[in-house]
Write a protein that binds this ligand. Structure first.
Ligand SMILES: Nc1ncnc2c1ncn2[C@@H]1O[C@H](COP(=O)(O)OP(=O)(O)O)[C@@H](O)[C@H]1O
Ligand SMILES: [Mg+2]
Length: 224
């Protein structure tokens, strides 16, 4: 089966005065449908840079990213947005939920934006919130939820449009160990149930547990 995401020879450097920082120095990565992959690295090793390039939110100096067979790197900015909307979901360290809206409305939002009726969107949002154990919290606004609950809403929202691949940048960075492992287990369960591939970048090596493969990002390279 084809890869949902593939990256070839990604290179990225930042120049600061006369100092040159080689953040990515030849990264190759292939992620198959439904596969879960962790990239672990210390702070400042280039994890977020890598994820931004995979998402088409930043350009590599050299190299190519393909998503579901389409070139992200050579697409226009509208083309990239379309690829992101069709194939990708995102979870960040900070939940980025809309504060004025309930959990249900936050999860339904991407569905309404993609053209579904509000009835259909809310129905699906409710099912997703069930799946992340928030049945009793659908009407709560983000400030009425705990950190772990907010991150589970963010996960439900990211999965709403049935992405082929979920990209996560330190998704458990603000959670205690128990909530972190709960979120990771939910991601693993959802990915198994839906066939959504998952790539997580994190400094937390224990996250690699529930993954199919994990790599260490060090000196611009991915090592097994
Ligand atoms: N836009 C930028 N301009 C200059 N340097 C940057 C920029 N973005 C990131 N960096 C530098 O690149 C390195 C990797 O950053 P980042 O990808 O955010 O690391 P991580 O997510 O692993 O902590 C850091 O040293 C950071 O300071
Ligand atoms: Mg980062």
């Amino acid at each position: 089966m084809s890869d949902v995401l593939s990256a070839r020879n990604l290179r990225k450097r930042f120049v600061d005065g006369e100092r040159e920082l080689r953040v990515l120095d030849g990264i190759d990565l292939d992620i198959r449908r439904g596969e879960r992959v962790a990239v672990v690295g210390r702070s400042g090793t280039g994890k977020s840079t890598l994820l931004h390039i995979l998402a088409g939110l930043a350009d590599p100096d050299v190299g190519e990213v393909r998503v579901a067979g389409q070139s992200m790197t050579s697409a226009s900015s509208d083309g990239r947005a379309a690829i992101r909307n069709q194939y990708m979901g995102f979870v960040y360290q900070f939940h980025h939920l809309l504060p004025e809206f309930s959990a249900l409305e936050n999860v339904a939002m991407p569905l309404i934006v993609s053209g579904r009726t509000s009835l259909e969107s809310e129905e699906r949002a409710k099912n997703l919130l069930d799946a992340v154990d928030l049945t009793e919290r659908v009407g709560h606004r983000p400030h009425q939820l705990s950190g772990g609950e907010r991150q589970r809403v963010a996960l439900a929202r990211a999965m709403a449009t049935e992405p082929d691949i979920l990209l996560a940048d330190e998704p458990t960075g603000n959670l205690d160990r128990e909530n972190a492992s709960r979120v990771m287990k939910l991601i693993a369960d959802m990915s198994t149930a839906t066939g959504t591939a998952f790539i997580v970048v994190t400094h937390d090596a224990s996250i690699a547990d529930k993954m199919n493969r994990s790599f260490v990002l060090e000196d611009g390279r991915l090592n097994a």
